[in-house]
Write a protein that binds this ligand. Structure first.
Ligand code: PLP
Length: 388
């Protein structure tokens, strides 16, 4: 029998994908399911982006691209980061990868190794600890408080840093909590990072989904010293409703991006060539579709949040992304049991907070129709009333 490598024992399967699969299986069996587990926009990729990729196929853009990405796309990403985020990267400081997830993996493999500690504010996106472990580093979970909107404070950061701390992972807007850091909060974190010379991986995947007129701030834009310590990760999946295209990017200091490109050149050889031409159109073309999607998500956020409030499931007000993350402690159930029973009794699908390091919570994604949100909340109300 073939023995598995020890690294497989360190990695847990993605709970979110497993639950989404269960929901799909139920739906395929004809059951009416109210699915709040999905982590992807329910819109189609805007037509001009799809057309550009089709054109690229017809024009023969079907061969290898440079491992770091199509040069025009790297240029446009650098331009976008300069214009929108105040980050002065040159195109050769940008790597295009197969989804935001692989961009994160590449830069973590480039800088982390045995003995390095990676600070992960908790609740966290499921893949951070697992990717850190793949890079042979040690994930250090740093609890944050619902009362603080699940934001890491400068004091908590300072206390968590040890001589072995190499990196902090920051995710604003956050999956799963929907929290968004303000400029002042990021400034306070940046000061500690600069003082202690700890790098920050800033995962800005949901930057286009911020509500109430608030704006996204990139931590790397807050001064030359923090810029040198920042790895900015982002992608096309959520902003352009393009999860299946598998296109993301990272930007950072030259030596890190060069190492990430070397790694990528020996693994995937780079992102799919014709898909990258779609991404070029995404950045060059009109951005109205993004605004329309954001507005729709904001309306759904209002609906979801009001519904959870009415049901007395406390949750910090989600300011970005498309998730609400209530605590279910008041029901007497933990998140795992709550999700399992809710699925079984009412066919409402949500993700247990244990997947995100917060076992007393559950995650509801509102990347689904308003009708589903309304019916799902009614089903949830029925479920809760039976628990009383
Ligand atoms: N970062 C966060 C916070 C995410 O939620 C996701 C996807 O769910 C990603 C990164 C990865 O995005 P992609 O689908 O482009 O790999």
């Amino acid at each position: 029998m073939i023995q598995l490598a020890d690294r497989t024992a360190m990695i847990s399967p993605s709970t979110t994908l497993a639950i989404a699969a269960r929901a799909k299986a139920l739906a395929a069996a004809g059951v009416q399911v109210y699915d709040f587990s999905v982590g992807e926009p329910d819109f189609d990729t805007p037509a001009h982006i799809r057309e550009a990729a089709k054109r690229a196929l017809d024009e023969g853009k079907t061969r290898y691209a440079p491992a770091a990405g199509v040069p025009r796309l790297r240029e446009l990403v650098a331009e976008k980061l300069r214009r929108e985020n105040g980050l002065n990267y040159t195109p050769d400081q940008v790597i295009i990868s197969t989804g935001g997830k692989q961009a994160i993996l590449n830069v973590m493999l480039a800088v982390l190794g045995p003995g390095d500690e990676v600070l992960i504010p908790t609740p966290y996106w499921v893949s951070y600890p697992e990717i850190a472990k793949l890079a042979r580093a040690k994930p250090v979970l740093v609890p944050t408080e619902a009362a603080d909107g699940y934001k890491l404070t400068a004091e908590q950061l300072r206390q968590a840093i040890t001589p072995r701390t190499k990196m902090l992972i920051l995710n604003s807007p956050s999956n799963p909590t929907g929290t968004v850091y303000t400029r002042e909060e990021l400034q306070a974190l940046a000061e500690v990072l600069v003082e202690k010379q700890v790098a920050v991986l800033s995962d800005e995947m949901y930057e286009k989904l911020i509500y109430d007129g608030e704006t996204h701030v990139s931590i790397g834009s807050l001064g030359p010293e923090i810029f040198e310590l920042t790895l900015t990760c982002n992608g096309f999946s959520k902003a352009y409703a393009a999860t299946g295209w598998r296109l993301g990017y990272a930007a950072g200091p030259h030596h890190v991006i060069k190492a990430a490109v070397d790694i990528q050149s020996h693994t995937t050889s780079g992102a799919t060539t014709f898909a990258q031409y779609g991404a070029i159109a995404a950045l060059e073309g009109p951005q109205e579709a993004l605004v329309a999607m954001r507005r729709e998500f904001e309306g759904r956020r209002d609906l979801m949040y009001a519904g959870l409030q009415a049901l007395k499931l406390p949750c910090p007000y989600p300011r970005g992304a498309f998730y609400a993350f209530p605590s279910v402690a008041s029901t007497g159930l933990d998140g795992d049991t709550f999700c399992a029973r809710l699925l079984e009794q009412e066919h409402v699908v949500c993700v247990p907070g244990s997947a995100f390091g917060a076992p007393e919570c559950v995650r509801f994604s509102y990347a689904t129709s308003r009708a589903t949100i309304e019916k799902g909340l009614t089903a949830l109300a029925r479920f809760l009333s039976r628990l009383d």
